[in-house]
Design a protein around this ligand. Structure first.
Ligand code: AMP
Length: 318
């Protein structure tokens, strides 16, 4: 029996299903969770299907809003996580209170924490895997289901730009768009930034330091965010900005948290960076990862490591 068929069998067996995703959610985390929840609700109207989080949707609440979950909801429940590689990043720590845990993910399987897993690290988005699951198992695919899944795929493929985007992605997306979703509205929701965020993107370019290897970094302090009136989560809009420059092939954006530590974003056009992120309380994909730095000394160390792998990459491709 395929893993999808096994997952479907478990879904049929449980009357309560609670879906979790990662903290600081992006469109793929919220989209994969919402798409699966909405399709299951349509197929199984008698089941209780809940989306759990930590009220951390921020500006992405247009994709989906969370349900209130209580410890008692987990008695006899099936819990499914989407888009979340490790337990530390699962939003809402009640996730381990259910009877069975299933993981559906597209990150490298660094922590096989579930009783049953479907992990495809080559898939560009967890939302694409969920769409595949819905299509293959004949679950309902309406516009309400397709909308968050499409948002997730657009988000994690960088609008179909990143290398994991394949012909299969476009085949799946064709089925999602056939439901009548407004793809222009979704594209605008994902791409549009506030005037303050646009200014912060300009600040990133202004503050950015580039190494001759093609590695670059920028640090955004709390003072900079406060001056522009951009909050910590909204600062993520700057992550892709350095990559627009032709000669930059790997970069870090460091965003200071209110407690003085730093959230670290790693992005790359070639050098593998998730092994670097793993050394700093992080992880992710080969070309897009995240981590944490406790102070500016660790920030400097992180960038020095990035320069090193970028130099090695350039040497191999000369
Ligand atoms: P971000 O830079 O936050 O947009 O994250 C890029 C990718 O790395 C996403 O796939 C995240 O799920 C993953 N990621 C971000 N932060 C962490 C972390 N602290 N630990 C593991 N994975 C992370």
């Amino acid at each position: 029996m395929s893993t999808f068929a096994q997952i479907y069998q478990k879904i049929e067996q449980f009357s309560t299903i609670i879906l979790h995703r990662h903290t600081s959610p992006d469109p793929d985390a919220l989209g994969s969770q919402a798409g699966l929840a909405r399709s299951l609700k349509l197929k199984f109207p008698a089941k209780r299907i809940l989306c759990a989080g930590e009220n951390d949707e921020g500006d992405l609440s247009w994709i989906n809003q969370m349900d209130q979950v209580e410890p008692t909801d987990y008695q006899g429940a099936l819990v499914i996580t989407t888009d979340t590689a490790n337990t530390a990043r699962i939003a809402n720590k009640l996730y381990d209170q259910g009877d069975l845990l299933i993981k559906i993910d597209h990150h490298p399987d660094v922590e096989p924490y579930a009783d049953l897993s479907y992990v495809d690290a080559d898939a560009p988005a967890a939302s694409q895997i969920v769409a595949d699951f819905i299509i293959e198992q004949g679950l309902p695919l309406t516009d309400q289901v397709a909308y968050p899944l499409y948002a997730g795929i657009v988000g994690d493929t960088g609008r179909f730009m990143y290398p994991e985007t394949t012909e299969h992605t476009f085949n799946v997306v064709a089925k999602l768009t056939a439901t009548g979703i407004n793809i222009n509205e979704i594209a605008r929701q994902i791409s549009d930034v506030t005037f303050e965020q646009a200014k912060l993107q300009a600040v990133v370019l202004d503050y950015m330091e580039a190494d001759p290897s093609g590695a670059a970094y920028a640090v955004l302090s709390q003072a900079t965010l406060a001056k522009l009136g951009v909050d910590f989560e909204q600062a993520s809009c700057t992550v892709s900005t350095p990559g627009r420059i032709k000669d930059i092939i790997a970069w870090n954006v460091f965003v200071e948290k209110p407690d003085g530590t730093y959230r670290v974003h790693y992005r790359s056009k070639g050098p593998v960076i998730n092994e670097l992120a793993a050394k700093h309380d992080g992880g992710g994909h080969a070309l897009a990862s995240g981590a944490n730095a406790k102070d500016l000394t660790e920030v400097k160390q992180i960038f020095a490591e990035l320069v090193q792998v970028t130099k090695e990459y350039q040497k191999n491709y000369e």
